[in-house]
Design a protein around this ligand. Structure first.
Ligand SMILES: Nc1ncnc2c1ncn2[C@@H]1O[C@H](COP(=O)(O)OP(=O)(O)OP(=O)(O)O)[C@@H](O)[C@H]1O
Ligand SMILES: [Mg+2]
Length: 239
């Protein structure tokens, strides 16, 4: 299987704070890989570095064989890399429909109508302002927006964050469906149970480093190990 993403030895900083200490991550075509880790482990920073938003000061990133290490993020997204940032980041003063017309939609199966088919709540609220949406609806909108570019890779930063259990299931069902369509997915998740259930492989980060990588199924069977590595405690148990 060919690699769609290959990141090697990334070192990233916020000002003088050295956050990522040599992170290496790979994603094969059609693969779903979950990135686990405690709060502050560097998961979001890793995605931001891959997207060129917090460019790595050392290391090398390749998407589809193109070296993108110093590319601006718009160029990276044009390669077919969708990104759903943490905290949703939708436009509060645009309607649902307007939010969905912001991305430049690429050719492929995802259209606004198809997004509405997937998330009927969103369809009903198509003329509501972004700021009027519930947390769950905002999350759906953020995912819908990323799908509209018809990405080949999707980077998802905690899509289940703050959602009620039923919506968490809906989001994970969506992720599984996207994957079936052949989208390669890198998923950051604190909900270890769901994150491991859907994934082929897993990386666990701690303190800006990858401290474990391997098969998701194997790690899922070792709850104690998950807890020790990722501190993925009560949230997983509660669901
Ligand atoms: N804009 C910033 N300026 C300075 N330090 C930052 C900034 N954003 C994050 N950090 C620090 O970088 C480290 C890694 O943060 P990051 O957001 O990547 O963690 P995370 O694994 O995504 O955590 P969480 O699970 O809480 O989202 C943390 O110590 C955090 O305090
Ligand atoms: Mg984060």
């Amino acid at each position: 299987m060919s690699l769609v993403l290959k990141a090697e030895n990334l070192h990233s900083f916020y000002g003088k704070s050295h956050i990522l200490h040599g992170v290496s991550i790979e994603l094969a075509e059609g693969e779903l890989v979950t990135l686990l880790g405690r709060n502050g482990a560097g998961k979001t920073t890793t995605l931001r570095s891959l997207m060129g938003l917090t460019p790595a000061r050392q290391g090398r990133i390749e998407f589809f064989g193109h070296e993108t290490t110093h590319w601006p993020s718009y160029r990276i997204s044009r390669l077919g890399v969708g990104y759903v940032p943490e905290g949703r980041k939708i436009f509060p003063n645009l309607t649902v429909l307007e939010n969905l017309s912001v991305p430049v939609s690429g050719p492929g199966p995802w259209t606004v109508e198809r997004i509405f088919g997937l998330f009927p709540n969103l369809a009903e609220r198509r003329y509501s302002w972004g700021r009027q949406l519930s947390g769950g609806e905002q999350q759906m909108l953020a995912i819908g927006r990323a799908l509209l570019i018809n990405p080949k890779i999707l980077l998802l930063d905690e899509p289940s964050q703050g959602l009620a259990p039923l919506l968490v299931r809906a989001v994970f069902a969506t992720i599984a469906a996207m994957r079936k369509e052949g989208i390669s997915i890198l998923l950051v998740e604190q909900n270890a149970r769901f994150g491991l259930e859907v994934a082929d492989r897993v990386y666990v980060m701690n303190d800006g480093e990858v401290v474990h990588s391997g098969s998701a199924r194997e790690l899922a069977q070792d709850e104690e190990r998950v807890r020790a590595l990722a501190g993925a405690e009560s949230r997983a148990a509660a669901l």
